[in-house]
Design a binder for this molecule. Structure first.
Ligand SMILES: CC(C)(COP(=O)(O)OP(=O)(O)OC[C@H]1O[C@@H](n2cnc3c(N)ncnc32)[C@H](O)[C@@H]1OP(=O)(O)O)[C@@H](O)C(=O)NCCC(=O)NCCS
Length: 155
């Protein structure tokens, strides 16, 4: 079988914004019974250091997330990681996270951090993230704090 071709695509066009919002709305809100709560105009999606991306597989969007670079702490926050509901547990999440870590490294980050949902801790742990308090003051958000030191060999 031919190998699948993946790309981590910065969200720029209106089609890409639609795919980004549709995946996050469904996976992170509607699948958690949070209907009508998703804000597709959230200011955080437009901040200069925050990078909305989609993962395409053979050209089709299969996942979305935002990579928030925090240069003063030399880390990237992997946010709102979401794989299309019917495509979960097929390896897409690991591929997107790996590509996002590469992006963080290229942008001067030495660590990746997350606020993990309770049921996603196992996913991040499998890929080298450890429970670690990196935001003691709660300045960046809420959730289970996990961290992974990034090196070119760790991905
Ligand atoms: C969590 C999520 C991003 C993982 O992406 P995915 O494509 O489904 O995961 P992968 O197929 O790449 O998983 C690789 C491995 O990680 C582990 N894993 C994945 N999801 C897991 C979970 N929810 N709990 C524990 N381990 C998990 C498994 O070991 C898996 O391998 P296996 O399927 O052979 O057992 C995805 O399932 C998702 O979008 N979930 C709903 C939203 C969510 O919780 N996002 C995280 C917000 S912090």
């Amino acid at each position: 079988m031919a190998e699948q071709k993946y790309s981590l695509v910065p969200v720029v066009t209106s089609e890409q914004w639609s795919a980004y919002h549709a995946i996050r709305r469904k996976v992170l809100f509607e699948d958690r019974d949070l209907f009508g709560k998703y804000d597709s105009d959230h200011a955080d999606d437009r901040k200069a250091q925050n990078h909305p991306v989609i993962l395409t597989c053979d050209g089709a969007p299969v996942a979305a997330m935002r990579i928030d670079l925090v240069p003063e702490r030399a880390f990237a926050i992997m946010r709102t990681v979401a794989v299309t509901t019917e495509k979960q547990r097929q390896g897409h999440g690991l591929i997107m996270l790996s590509l996002a870590e590469g992006y963080a490294l290229q942008n001067g980050c030495t660590a990746a951090v997350v606020f993990s949902a309770n049921d996603a801790i196992g996913f991040y742990a499998k890929y080298g993230y450890e429970l670690h308090t990196w935001d003691a003051a709660g300045s960046f958000g809420r959730g289970n704090q996990m961290k992974k030191v990034l090196t070119t060999r760790s991905r």
